[in-house]
Design a protein around this ligand. Structure first.
Ligand SMILES: *Cc1c(COP(=O)(O)O)cnc(C)c1O
Length: 201
């Protein structure tokens, strides 16, 4: 069986109930998949450093009995790593309270509205974009098939907006560009206004 490592860092942004938020929503995943997740994006913990890994006891790995990877992982976590420090752990506990979950959801909704504002702005300019609906990032096709980095320079010079060249994520990202919805509303609006007014298409 093919083993999977599933990074669910952005699962809290998934609004569409037809989309899985966890790999374990897929039948049989507990036998072949490890899932990692983090408080970084769901609770604004980027830099604070707190996350978790699910290593099912039912995981089957070549030449090892079920439960072996789980026990090796536990050994690794409790010897090499020794766990996250108490300060982020206390923060994590607050995130997991009812009020914490409510406040995190409000922030996620805020970022998803930012994403909608960015998407709409690009759509009005006739730029093809993807994402930003169950994710905090909008992937746009660069106009005229420009190289990612050429578009980075153009966007910066003409509109004073910074984004991420798609090619930085690998060769398939060439010709694409990533805009982030993680920002204050007024900055997002100013950036979209500037793209509308100043980007020469
Ligand atoms: C931010 C992010 C993470 C989480 O990383 P941390 O080290 O927990 O901050 C994981 N995967 C992706 C794709 C991310 O963007």
């Amino acid at each position: 069986m093919q083993q999977q490592l599933f990074d669910a860092a952005y699962s809290a942004f998934i609004q569409d109930t037809n989309l899985p938020r966890s790999i374990y929503e897929i039948e049989g995943a507990d036998k072949c998949a490890i899932e990692v997740n983090s408080f970084s994006k769901s609770a604004g913990f980027t830099g604070v450093r707190l996350g978790w890994t699910v290593v099912p006891k039912t995981l089957v790995v070549d030449r090892a009995e079920p439960g072996k990877v789980n026990s090796l992982w536990n050994r690794r976590q409790t010897t090499f790593f020794n766990g996250a420090s108490n300060i982020p752990q206390e923060g994590g506990l607050v995130v997991l309270t009812e009020q914490g979950q409510r406040e995190c959801q409000a922030i996620i909704d805020y970022y998803l509205e930012n994403a909608r504002i960015i998407r709409t702005g690009l759509l009005d300019l006739g730029i093809t974009s993807f994402g930003g609906e169950n994710a905090p990032y909008i992937w746009m096709k660069t106009p005229y098939g420009m190289k990612s980095w050429d578009f980075f320079d153009k966007l910066l010079e003409e509109t004073h907006v910074v984004g991420t060249p798609g090619v930085g994520f690998g060769p398939s990202g060439e010709g694409h560009f990533r805009l982030s919805a993680f920002g204050h509303r007024e900055n997002i609006e100013a950036a979209v206004d500037s793209i509308r007014k100043n980007l020469r298409l």
